[in-house]
Write a protein that binds this ligand. Sequence first.
Ligand code: AHR
Length: 324
Amino acid sequence: MKRRNLFLGVTAIALGLSATAFAQDLPPLAQKERYKVGFSQMESNNPWRIAETKSFHDTAESCGWDLIATDAAGSAAKQVADVDSMIAQGIDVLFLPPREEKPLIPAVKKAKAAGIPTFLVDRSVDPAAAVAGVDYVAFLGSDFIDQGKRAAEWTIANFKGEKAVVVELEGTTGSSPANDRKKGFDDALAADARFEIVASQTGDFARDLGRQVMETLLQAHPDVNVVYAHNDEMAIGAIQALELAGRKPGEDVLIVSIDGTRDALQAIIDGKMGVTVESSPFFGPLACDVMKRYAAGEKIEPWVQVKDRIFTKENAADHIAEAY
Ligand code: AHR
């Protein structure tokens, strides 16, 4: 233990704080009745984000949180400023879904320097620049590479033709789910020679942009017969564009996606979408549990992994009532 941390460790033990936190060289968290908690949301332009924010609000009272929740309105720069403001307000803990992998790294490091334990939620940062267990406590979230891989495996098993012309709608450029869902899908699809990805373009995880990008790509690739979208909102936008062009999603174009929103489950029930691999936005209870374990002195695993289900025509109707 470094000298500064040895001094802090002795002080912490005297104050009843966790010694384990110091062993990890991370800011400690005292066990107490109420916590001032920061949750820095990146945007609120889709049902997934709204469900995630609601999950934090719904958890606040039972977990003893005085919650400060912000919305960066789709700007990484504003998200950095929001974290700055939370640090200035003296939060005890920070829960952060970083919009993109690189721009939020200084905010993560600044929170640590201010003595605030930080948990990355749902999205991560560039692991070459900031490390779980060192710069922040842990990442709470899904395996995005595996989500993309499972989407590809379903596509390979369910595409019945001889030649697949695939369009990929990517999420926000520079974000961990866009990077990883692309890698997982593209690598797994390469195993089957029937598939060619003819275009891969960002729709920024947004329904309207997904629709616009699909409209444009349809001009260049009218023979598309598989669309893989990195989230349900873009998949729904693509379905709208395909229908406007006289195509029949679900019949002459396979639609493959990730999230598990209510609209996606309805599209599966209606026969327009083939599959959505789940990516749960309900992080509030998990965040509460991990925070309490950390305050109790437990060493937190660097990646607290969320397990995801898969929704198809076999089970979509069974889950639509609980969807968001
Ligand atoms: O980080 C998770 C992704 O972000 C979800 O798939 C998407 O809908 C959201 O905006």
